[in-house]
Design a protein around this ligand. Structure first.
Ligand code: NAD
Length: 369
């Protein structure tokens, strides 16, 4: 059988630096575990604009549609701030998400014990935390029509956005959440505002329908999103998988992310419908941006990008054991006190560069054999 294909789009700023460490890890899995991928690389963001005059060339888009999974570094930077909105680096990323129809955004909030002190919450509330927020990514109030700023009858102005969800848009993202829960602790909490929004009532009814008809074995609860925000900071370990709409998901996933500390630690996945081979369309990327303030200095933490690759192993390639091996290697390195600058707390540790962190994770992988 052909190797699974992986398209790497390293992008701008620290993107290529953190991706270089991921490429070493991909090489390690090939050399030591016989797990090989057909890896190809292409340009996105400012790097694509510099060569093609657009932040994502049509040929790159076509390759992304064909790939079993896409792994992206980061896009953007001050050099491109002056560009017209239509060709800004971020448009390349938005085009990928839109044309691949990546409707389920997975944002894990996982707290490694060694970094529990980095959270703004008490250690006992976050230590060992492992939750997954599934945010609907392609519909809702960010896309609904009518939208715009219009003149009002009294001569002032009115700003309008429309929250709009169809049955199928809700059901498909609910299925993603239930599927994930089955691989985890079998619990889904759905969040909306059914008390004040009709779209919230529909959301609640459709999630319940998918549960009753297709996933009765998974424990389902419903919560108003404002209460969800409170519960996330009060006792986040009560959750396993949270599924919510685009707007609430945007806010709640950032809130949950900060339970765990540094931006340099946060991976994400965006999944779409299954392709002919059964794998979902998939884009994996760290949550952080291109960090122009530290680009080129060897200071970037590559762990968010490395954990994004671990998510690809698990969710695109059904390689849960390999993903767990990689996550354990990261955990070991952190427990040993190896720290890029962003992870350096008052307790100190061994300072390392981007490639030094890669070296340490590769050594931990070697030790795991
Ligand atoms: P950012 O995430 O790039 O950086 C925020 C802060 O976190 C910076 O101080 C940075 O040094 C630090 N940081 C981020 N990632 C780090 C890592 N891996 N290791 C250590 N420190 C890290 O956000 P920003 O500064 O608001 O945006 C910079 C550029 O990135 C902008 O052009 C923005 O549009 C773009 N951006 C891109 C994405 C993406 O590609 N998905 C996401 C957010 C921002």
């Amino acid at each position: 059988m052909a190797n699974p294909s992986l398209l790497i789009l390293a992008g701008d700023g620290i993107g290529p630096e953190v991706m270089a460490e991921v490429k070493r890890i991909i090489g390690w899995f090939g050399d030591k575990c016989g797990v090989t991928f057909d890896v190809s690389e292409d340009l996105v963001g400012g790097a694509a604009y510099d060569v093609h005059g657009v932040p994502l060339a049509d040929a790159t888009m076509a390759r992304a549609q064909e790939a079993d999974a896409v792994l992206l570094g980061a896009v953007g930077g001050p050099k491109y701030d002056v560009l017209d909105f239509s060709v800004k680096p971020e448009r390349g990323l938005l085009r990928l998400r839109k044309e691949m129809d990546l409707y389920a955004n997975l944002r894990p909030a996982q707290c490694f014990d060694a970094l529990a002190d980095f959270s703004s919450l008490k250690k006992e509330i976050v230590a060992g935390l492992d939750i997954m927020i599934v945010r609907e990514l392609t519909s809702g109030v960010y896309f609904g029509e009518p939208r715009g700023i219009f003149p009002a009858e009294d001569g002032t102005r009115v700003g309008i956005n429309t929250q709009r969800y169809t049955t199928e848009e809700i059901r498909r993202v609910a299925r993603s959440a239930f599927e994930l829960a089955r691989r985890r602790n079998n619990k889904v909490c759905s969040m909306e505002k059914a008390n004040v929004m009709e779209s919230g009532i529909l959301w609640r009814e459709e999630v319940q329908w998918v549960h009753d008809n297709e996933y009765p074995d998974v424990e389902l609860s419903h919560m108003y999103a404002d209460n969800g925000a409170m519960q996330l900071v009060r006792w986040p370990k009560q959750f396993d998988v949270i599924v919510t709409d685009n707007l609430f998901g945007d806010v709640l996933s950032d809130c949950a992310a900060m339970l765990t500390g540094s931006l340099g630690m946060l991976p994400s996945a965006s999944l779409g419908a299954p392709m002919a081979n059964g794998r979902p369309k998939a884009l994996y990327e760290p949550v952080h941006g291109s960090a122009p303030d530290i680009a080129g200095l060897g200071k970037a933490n590559p762990i968010a990008c490395i954990l994004s690759f671990a998510m690809a192993l698990r969710y695109s390639f059904d390689m849960g054991d390999e993903a767990a091996r990689l996550e354990r290697a990261v955990e070991t390195v952190l427990a040993d006190g190896v720290r890029t600058a962003d992870l350096m707390g008052p307790e100190g540790g061994t300072p390392v560069s981007t490639s030094g962190m890669g070296d340490a994770i590769l050594a931990a992988l070697d030790a795991s054999l």
